[in-house]
Design a protein around this ligand. Structure first.
Ligand code: ADP
Length: 532
C-alpha cells in the first residue's frame, strides 16, 4: 500500500521584521506545509490575490498598512492569528478579534503552542477543502448520471417517433439516426455516415438537396425542403418533408444540426393526382365543348337554311325530308354526347343503376344495327350479322343497347368504310358478342388504355369523339359481371369482344326456366338481324 501523503496547506506569514519571519518559519517548518512570507500588508495582499491560504499569521504592529487594516480588507475570508508584542492592552486584543482574528498570540511564542494552534486551523481548513472537493465530485457524478439518464430518455423518445430523425456535428457529419430512420433506410447503426444519408435520396434530388443543405448550413438558416428517400423494405422512393435546425450552445454557437424527415408521400401523390385530374378536366372541357359545338353548328345551319327556303316557299317534300333527317342526325349525335357526359357523372358518383330483366341480345343487336344501317351505308360500310335465333340473359336492356351502340358506332367511325361483321355466339352460361371492323386498328401499346376515361388513340383531328364510349362500355359490362376485350392490328382492323354471363351474381335470382322459352321478340328485330 502506498504511504499516505499528508495533505499540504499554505500558510501566509506577515511581519515587517525579517527576523521574526525566519523564527516563524523555523517553528512551523516541521508541520510540512507551504510557508509564504510577506514583509508588509501590501505584499501580503498580493499573495492573497494569487493563492488560497489555510491561515494567516499576522503581525499587528507593522510600518505602513498595519495588521488590523489588512484584516479589514481580507474581511474574514481566511482565518487570522494576530501576533503582538508583550504588554499591549486588552483594547488592542479586542480590536483584533473584531477585525476577524480567530486567535491572538503574544510574542515571544512557545513553539509547541504555536504549532498546536496552527495545526488545529490547518486541519480544519484541510477538512473543509476535502468536504468541498467531495461535494464537488458528488455533484459532478449526479450531473453525469442525470445527463446519461436524460440521454437515454431522449433516445427512447426519438426512437419512439415515427419520423426519421438524424443528427450531425457542426460540420454536418451525420453521427446519429433514430430507430425509424435506420429501419426505413435498412441501415445498421454502425453503417451511419454522412454518405449513408445522401445515398438514400432519389438520384434526381441528391445534388439539389445537398446544395440547399450546404448553403443553409453556411448561412446558419434552418432548412426545409421535400425530398424522396428510399424505403429499404419496398425499394420505392417516398416523398418526405426534410427539416434541419441548428443546435446551439449557451453562447449561441452552432454545435450540430438536428434533422427530421416526415413522410408526405400520400399527400404529395394526392396533390399530383389532383393536378392531373384538374388538367384532365380542363382538357376534357375543351374537347367536350368542341364536340358539342360541331353538331350544334350544323344543326343551326340546317334549321336556318330550312327556314329561309320555307319562307321563300321553294321547299319540296323531298328536300324537306332530307334536311329534317340531317337535323335529326345532328340532334341524335348531340343527344348521345350529352348522355355520355351524364353517364360519366352517374358512374363516378357510383349511381350506375341496372334495371335487370330478361333481355334477348339478338333482338338488341338487331335493333341497333337497323338504327345505324343508313349511317354505315353513308360511309360505305356494310353490316353483316351472324347470330343464333335468340340469346337470352338477365341484363339491363337500355345499358346493353348502349354497349352495342358504342361498339357499332366506333366500328363505323374507325372502320375506314370497310365491311363490319357482328357476331353473337352462345356457349353454355355465357354469351359472346363480337364487333369486327377492317379499319384503322389500334396500336398494341394503346389497346389497354382506350378503355380508360378520356383516353383516345386515333388522331383527334381526323376523328371526332371525347374518349368516353369504351370506358362506359367497360363500366356497364363490369357491372353485369362480364368482360370486354380488343384484338387489333393497326391498319388491318379491330375486333371488340364482349362476354356476358347470362345470369349474373348472387344478387340476381335466375328467373323460372319457363320464362326462358317464352317467344317474345318482335319480328322487326329478327328481320333486321338477318338482313341489315
Ligand atoms: P371516342 O371514340 O369518343 O374517342 P371511345 O372511348 O369510344 O371514345 O374510344 C376510345 C379510343 O379507342 C378512340 O379514340 C379510338 O382511338 C379507339 N377505338 C375505339 N374503337 C375503335 C375501333 N373500332 N377501331 C380503331 N380504334 C378504335
Amino acid at each position: 500500500m502506498e504511504p499516505a501523503v499528508p495533505p499540504q496547506a499554505s500558510l501566509l506569514l506577515v511581519d515587517d521584521h525579517a527576523g521574526n519571519l525566519v523564527t516563524l518559519q523555523a517553528i512551523l517548518a516541521p508541520l510540512g506545509h507551504e510557508l509564504v512570507t510577506a514583509l508588509s500588508g501590501e505584499e501580503a495582499l498580493g499573495h492573497l490575490l494569487r493563492k488560497n491560504f489555510a491561515l494567516i499569521l499576522l503581525d499587528v504592529q507593522m510600518a505602513g498598512m498595519n495588521g488590523f487594516e489588512l484584516a479589514a480588507i481580507i474581511k474574514r475570508h481566511v482565518p487570522i492569528i494576530f501576533m503582538t508584542a508583550v504588554g499591549k492592552d486588552a483594547a488592542h486584543v479586542f480590536r483584533g478579534y473584531s477585525e476577524g482574528a480567530v486567535d491572538y498570540l503574544v510574542k515571544p511564542f512557545d513553539p509547541d503552542i504555536l504549532r498546536a494552534k496552527v495545526s488545529v486551523f490547518v486541519d480544519l481548513h484541510i477538512k473543509e477543502q476535502t468536504i468541498k472537493a467531495q461535494e464537488h465530485i458528488l455533484r459532478e457524478h449526479q450531473r453525469e448520471v442525470l445527463e446519461r439518464e436524460n440521454e437515454v430518455r431522449y433516445r427512447r423518445l426519438l426512437d419512439a417517433m415515427p419520423q426519421c430523425i438524424w443528427a450531425t456535428d457542426a460540420t454536418g457529419h451525420v453521427d446519429y439516426w433514430n430507430r425509424a430512420g435506420l429501419e426505413y433506410c435498412g441501415l445498421r447503426p454502425e453503417e451511419v455516415s454522412e454518405d449513408s444519408f445522401w445515398e438514400q435520396l432519389h438520384p434526381e434530388d441528391r445534388a439539389a438537396a445537398r446544395e440547399d443543405w450546404e448553403r443553409d448550413k453556411r448561412g446558419h438558416i434552418p432548412l426545409e425542403r421535400p425530398i424522396r428517400i428510399r424505403n429499404a423494405a419496398t425499394g420505392e422512393y417516398r416523398w418526405h418533408l426534410a427539416r434541419a435546425v441548428p443546435e446551439r450552445d449557451e453562447g449561441g454557437a452552432i454545435t450540430g444540426w438536428i434533422a427530421t424527415a416526415t413522410d408526405i408521400d400520400d399527400q404529395k401523390r394526392a396533390e399530383q393526382t389532383l393536378e392531373a385530374t384538374i388538367a384532365l378536366r380542363d382538357d376534357f372541357l375543351s374537347v367536350a365543348s368542341h364536340e358539342l359545338r360541331t353538331p350544334l353548328t350544323s344543326l343551326k345551319l340546317e334549321a336556318a337554311n330550312l327556314l329561309r327556303r320555307a319562307r321563300r316557299g321553294d321547299l319540296t317534300d323531298d328536300r324537306l325530308v332530307t334536311r329534317l333527317e340531317r337535323i335529326d342526325a345532328q340532334a341524335a349525335r348531340m343527344h348521345r354526347l350529352i348522355n355520355e357526359l351524364l353517364d360519366v357523372s352517374r358512374i363516378v358518383a357510383g349511381r350506375l343503376e341496372l334495371s335487370l330483366e330478361e333481355v334477348d341480345l339478338v333482338q338488341v343487336v338487331g335493333e341497333v344495327v337497323l338504327q345505324f344501317k343508313e349511317e354505315a351505308a353513308r360511309v360505305g360500310c356494310t353490316l353483316s350479322i351472324a347470330m343464333p335465333s335468340e340469346a337470352v340473359g338477365h341484363w339491363d336492356r337500355s345499358r346493353l343497347e348502349q354497349v352495342v351502340t358504342n361498339l357499332i358506332t366506333n366500328a363505323i367511325k374507325y372502320g375506314g368504310g370497310k365491311p363490319i361483321a357482328i357476331e353473337v355466339v352462345e356457349h353454355g352460361d355465357r354469351i359472346r358478342l363480337v364487333v369486327c371492323d377492317h379499319g384503322v386498328g389500334i396500336p398494341p401499346e394503346d389497346q389497354d388504355r382506350i378503355f380508360d376515361r378520356f383516353e383516345r388513340a386515333a388522331p383527334t383531328r381526323n376523328y371526332s369523339g371525347i374518349g368516353l364510349g369504351l370506358w362506359i362500355v367497360k363500366q356497364i359490362i363490369d357491372a353485369l359481371g362480364g368482360t370486354v376485350t380488343v384484338d387489333s392490328i393497326p391498319d388491318r382492323g379491330s375486333a371488340f369482344t364482349v362476354e356476358l354471363p347470362r345470369w349474373n351474381g348472387a344478387a340476381l335470382t335466375r328467373p323460372p326456366a319457363a320464362d326462358l322459352d317464352h317467344p317474345r321478340f318482335p319480328e322487326l328485330a329478327r328481320g333486321a338481324a338477318r338482313s341489315p
